[in-house]
Design a binder for this molecule. Structure first.
Ligand code: 6PG
Length: 252
């Protein structure tokens, strides 16, 4: 039996999970700005984080963050235009970014709609390096927060089971392809994800319960359950239905 990978905080339901994740985002943002003058964050895609972003745009949280000091990146992006309903950028922009008066240079969108996704990945690595003020050919810089979700197949970002991207040792960003759901993607890799100062994974819904138990408490299966490759410093923010099958788990 694997020891649980990281701290697990259980919230009563998806709404409480959203509120808890929004509070954690604000806490980490305030700490980073106070310590280093800015907050560098890679946003998650999918559906679970949408509520987190909507809550961050509400006065309680919007007024608690100096948004002009936030650098927005993405953990991954689908091969679609920014206005496409599947766009991770588009989801975050509608839920949060368009509601804030942000300098456009602080929003680092992955241009995954372009056909040459390997070039997109290389360009994104250069953009991260430029924004963080580090060489693009060295080790990945530590982002202050990487916010992630987890799929029912155990993937995170666009690091899908049994794909080469799981084993990328050096590049910070790579293209990837998934068969189910069929999709071309561009994704951050584990070297940059696990190098972040904070990794928070939001997981909601009973349909994730068996996978979450397998990832956290099951036998090691890093090829079949990519989320097992996350650093043990990860903090899982989950709702009670998703935590249903965990041996432990505690209310936040
Ligand atoms: C994506 C995400 C992906 C997502 C999981 C969970 O682009 O889809 O990066 O990793 O976080 O698939 O998605 P849900 O939150 O919709 O369940």
């Amino acid at each position: 039996m694997n020891r649980p990978q990281g701290e697990v905080r259980v919230f009563a339901d998806a709404e409480e999970l959203g509120r808890g994740a929004a509070r954690e985002f604000v806490r980490l943002a305030q700490h980073a700005v106070a310590a280093r003058g800015r907050f560098t964050v890679a946003l998650a895609g999918g559906s679970t984080p949408r509520r987190v972003y909507e809550l961050l745009a509400e006065p309680e949280h919007r007024e608690a963050v100096d948004w002009g000091r936030v650098e927005f990146f993405w953990g991954d992006e689908r091969a679609v235009a920014p206005e496409h309903p599947d766009s991770n950028y588009g989801m975050a922009a509608a839920a949060l970014l368009f509601k804030l008066a942000l300098p456009p240079e602080r929003i680092h969108r992955i241009r995954a709609e372009r056909p040459d996704r390997d070039a997109v990945a290389l360009e994104y690595q250069l953009e991260i390096a430029r924004a963080l003020g580090v060489p693009a050919d060295g080790p990945p810089p530590p982002l202050d927060l990487i916010l992630l979700g987890m799929g029912a197949d155990g993937h995170t970002a666009s690091l899908f089971p049994h794909t080469e991207a799981l084993r990328e040792p050096h590049r910070w960003v790579v293209p990837n392809h998934a068969e189910k759901p069929r999709a071309d993607r561009v994704t951050l890799t584990f070297p940059i994800i696990n190098g972040a100062r904070a990794i928070r994974v939001v997981v909601a819904g009973a349909e994730k319960a068996l996978t979450l138990m397998a990832v956290l408490e099951g036998p090691s299966d890093p090829e079949g359950l990519p989320s097992q490759r996350l650093s043990p410093d990860v903090v899982w923010l989950v709702d009670r239905p998703a935590a249903r099958d965990l041996a432990g788990g505690r209310d936040a």
